[in-house]
Write a protein that binds this ligand. Sequence first.
Ligand code: DMJ
Length: 929
Amino acid sequence: MSEAGGGRGCGSSVPQRAPWSLVAATAAFCLVSATSVWTAGAAPMSREERQKLGNQVLEMFDHAYGNYMEHAYPADELMPLTCRGRVRGQEPSRGDVDDALGKFSLTLIDSLDTLVVLNKTKEFEDAVRKVLRDVNLDNDVVVSVFETNIRVLGGLLGGHSLAIMLKEKGEYMQWYNDELLQMAKQLGYKLLPAFNTTSGLPYPRINLKFGIRKPEARTGTETDTCTACAGTLILEFAALSRFTGATIFEEYARKALDFLWEKRQRSSNLVGVTINIHTGDWVRKDSGVGAGIDSYYEYLLKAYVLLGDDSFLERFNTHYDAIMRYISQPPLLLDVHIHKPMLNARTWMDALLAFFPGLQVLKGDIRPAIETHEMLYQVIKKHNFLPEAFTTDFRVHWAQHPLRPEFAESTYFLYKATGDPYYLEVGKTLIENLNKYARVPCGFAAMKDVRTGSHEDRMDSFFLAEMFKYLYLLFADKEDIIFDIEDYIFTTEAHLLPLWLSTTNQSISKKNTTSEYTELDDSNFDWTCPNTQILFPNDPLYAQSIREPLKNVVDKSCPRGIIRVREESFRSGAKPPLRARDFMATNPEHLEILKKMGAASSIDAEDGLRFMQEMIELSSQQQKEQQLPPRAVQIVSHPFFGRVVLTAGPAQFGLDLSKHKETRGFVASSKPYNGCSELTNPEAVMGKIALIQRGQCMFAEKARNIQNAGAIGGIVIDDNEGSSSDTAPLFQMAGDGKDTDDIKIPMLFLFSKEGRIILDAIREYEEVEVLLSDKAKDRAAILKGKMIPSYIINSNPEMENEEQPSSENDSQSAEQITSSSQEVDLVDQGSPEESSLNSQPESLSPADTDNAASVSPSEQISNPMENHETTSLDGECTDLDNQLQEQSETEEDSNPNVSWGKKVQPIDSILADWNEDIEAFEMMEKDEL
Ligand code: DMJ
């Protein structure tokens, strides 16, 4: 890479301490991009295919950005299901997530430098003009200091960095006069009052207009902040200082970092998740590399790269050593306690840690990066996306997925480091899944539940700032990008800051550093640059050889909870400690060990403590394993055609939808509606799925009554007006304490808002057909053999993306337009690639509500099954064959042997029809849905 004004690294001014100049910009800075000729493993991907994928990313970006600009701008974010802007205060509060929204056109600002990376220079110019014309940074709104820094300040600085680059090139942005930088400075000053604490750690929130503490500010009383919140400022603040010469920003960010470093737990060298901003006490003493801490580590290493200050590297290396000693259990990364780092703090991992392999590439530690990335990829292959949290034995812990970019980020860096085409294939899968499962007519919607495929009305700005950048860069060649990406470093929000800042306005760089660093024992630090030539000597299959043993880590193995091995004990010949999962009360040796725990030595005491903790975790995990995952109710009849997926609670009795094929049928309300006595309308529910209201008798009794009337399934709808799975924990319907084997039909539970969608649909369309299943089914499978309008057939994003037909093609297209409705037999038609129906199930996500469901006393509710509680990902581990069988069935479902290529419809008409669908959704949403 170019030295570009002096980023740190090999061959730059301080060679023995700055080994990384080669790749700082791509952040794969320890590694020369490897482009070896592959002899085996993943087949190389042709330039043509990479270009095709790159174009697909461009089209997807246009779809997301275009819909934001058309339907949401100047709002902060797009709500892709209802196709409107998310304006804070006008939508029900979502809690902390909303603190990113400052009424400053967040998505536009966050997208600025993505436009340039994606070669959309004209659009960039236009976007910058809009920011300058429309954005107000002085709103009376309380925002997160962290989010505002990484997304808005970072977005403005990234935009400025590329604006001056373009201006210098001489074609675009000739009118630009540092206006974005002026805005950034204005915003920087607005954030400074947050640092008015004795510790120098910032308050977590600030009022953009009134600052902190003033009565009208409505903030400033907080006592705690997260480590990442206080420790992820230095890149943006230092860049702001160095761009403007105003040193105060870098000083404040350094002071906060110094304080965090001071407060690290001295024996473990780890930091906790939250800290008291006044006293510096750790409030949460658990420590990992994911939520709450992640970008603190990232910024220490990147601050070294950008600013060339050794103290940041020393701190990073000290923490990294601790992370690898205590938290890293390849391929897992597990939180521990800072004071007792041998004790795991939890048995699950969160999705945010997916950035860590990318950071390890930056550090030059490739092996664990490959291992963790591979494990994450296998979880993704199971669920199409990475759930927000998953357990050590790969069960879904929290099923949401807000289209986070961290995994794509790590994939990009691993590809840059290894040159292994495997990572291109990974990227291709990410693209396919986004198009298939998250794409909706008005953008891309977050997954509300990766298990059911239901959506949330949400498209976060980081999706545009980061996801498209990393995906595009993954497939791009140097010449596909109009500037040298290696002259820049990525912030945590993937904004680009030029490396030449390291030699600009350095006046404060040493002023605030403590003298402590020289005291550190850094003998174990790796100061040299591992380079691909050494890492993969004559062995292009290096990465593959690391992945190979992990091939089935998620699918086939069933690791139980904590798997730490204390190697020292084994090496000295000592017996491994007794683990809770192995304990048998009938084993005298185990009882003897148990007796000794806590008595003889500190090691025994530690074992005892851990044993107790594991016992507790194991028992609560086992309890959770009894619980069933949520189910899906998918409306498959006109005009929904499988796009509406409702999250439903399962029943502990009746047909188990995870073991059997789905149940499909028209719905009918039962009489009496509560289903508590023999039905008076058996002819109406016979052969149908009966709707019953919750309350007044047991769930099992309702099931028996509708079954006796001939129903093939039942949906119980909550009687608590306004309840929704968005806000109330899902639960499973328990039996009546007696034998329920006589109940053969499937039963599902819907909260009131979701149930209302079906009731409204009946009112409007009379005949409403639904599919009860464990997971939303692909629309191609749903529509098999049905009368469907051609626009549904042809609504494939790939087709929309196809080049505008030439006039020759136009006439051909006209001939190929089918009638508005046609019988489709999906079985014998062409290749899955051309299928338009496997493009995306899309759902109407019920809006938030403040009303949580309450439990009717007459019904037995089993343990609450909250969204964020552990449920089995794919059935029991012991039932692997079944799982594989089911998986292959699902795969068949989602890849029907279909060809839709011949049924072409003009794009306008397709869009008009999509709009009709959206109107149908909106109609259903009138009751605040
Ligand atoms: C982004 O806003 C940033 O990457 C942040 O550091 C944490 N992750 C989100 C996106 O998931």
